[in-house]
Design a binder for this molecule. Sequence first.
Ligand code: SF4
Ligand code: SF4
Length: 352
Amino acid sequence: MVRCQDYHYPRVREAVERALEPLGGMGAFVKEGQGVLIKPNLLQASPPEKGVTTHPAVVRAVVELVAEAGGRPMIGDSPAIGPLRRVLSRTGMEAVARQTGAELVDFSDVVEVKPPEGPFRRIEVARAALKAEVVISLPKLKTHSMMVMTLGVKNLFGSIPGFRKASWHLKAGTDRVAFAALLLEVCLAVRPALTVMDGVVAMEGEGPNTGDLRPLGAILASRDPLALDRAVMEALGLPPEGLPVLGVARQWGLWPEVQLEGEPLRVEGFRLPKGADLTWGLPSFVKGPLRRWFLPKPRVDQRICRACGLCVEACPPKAMEMRGERVEIDYGRCIRCYCCQEVCPEGAIELR
Ligand code: SF4
Ligand code: SF4
């Protein structure tokens, strides 16, 4: 963990280098001639100052260090929302590619893999993520309505192409443990060699896209995304097992040990989303259709809604429909995945 108070590029570059020092520098991860996939969090076409996506200064620093180590940097992700070109342009990734010569890759071509652990057995992951010789993951430190936080492990869910994400939500249904297991399976399949997290300006409250900015002034790096996630939870004063992916990791015997180097971060009063429950909310005997009644419901604030229909399109079980200018939700079908909240550009969907 190192301190970095803003996104002024020379400071970010220096902070990323300092964060990598105890790990042996970029040369410990990248060898001459290797193709290196750099995977930021590019959830949607948001400008960097909104804090929804990994800041381009962090991406640029990693790209430059990869190139200096002799690697061939490629930047790629599969946004959950919106066409890739627009996302790359709005998030500043096109500019980074222009400045550095990094290649922009798309994730539409998939390959099927059998992860070493977990219940799903077969998942489809972007070929670019699987075939790269080295994967470097660049998550943004943010809250997440469904999974409490989106950190190192969750960032790899972007390796599943956007158009397939809804079907995975459907398979996991209301079961947070099943969805966390899927996230861990994807992470184990992609096996990032290095994770560098953008915690310079984090997001708290109603993340991953309508929360509030929370400057934390930190860049964090680790070989192990699980260890990084545990270290972040502890730095935020939250119980690590409260992060569903870490809870599942413990069940699978993958609980990470953490050896912290650098300048420890101690954050007070970090706000989680209303839907987040660090005990995962439900006793294990609450199963199937009953489970949904214990989880917060998405509600549309009709005063803010502009009837764009994006939530209706994104809803995996088709529980939403437009009736004239109003969005109606069938709560009997709703699996409480909160994809609707994630895609709403107006922040019109609340959880209650
Ligand atoms: S209404 Fe929202 S929370 Fe419910 S299933 Fe649809 S997208 Fe998910
Ligand atoms: S995405 Fe948001 S603004 Fe668009 S219809 Fe749904 S609630 Fe309304």
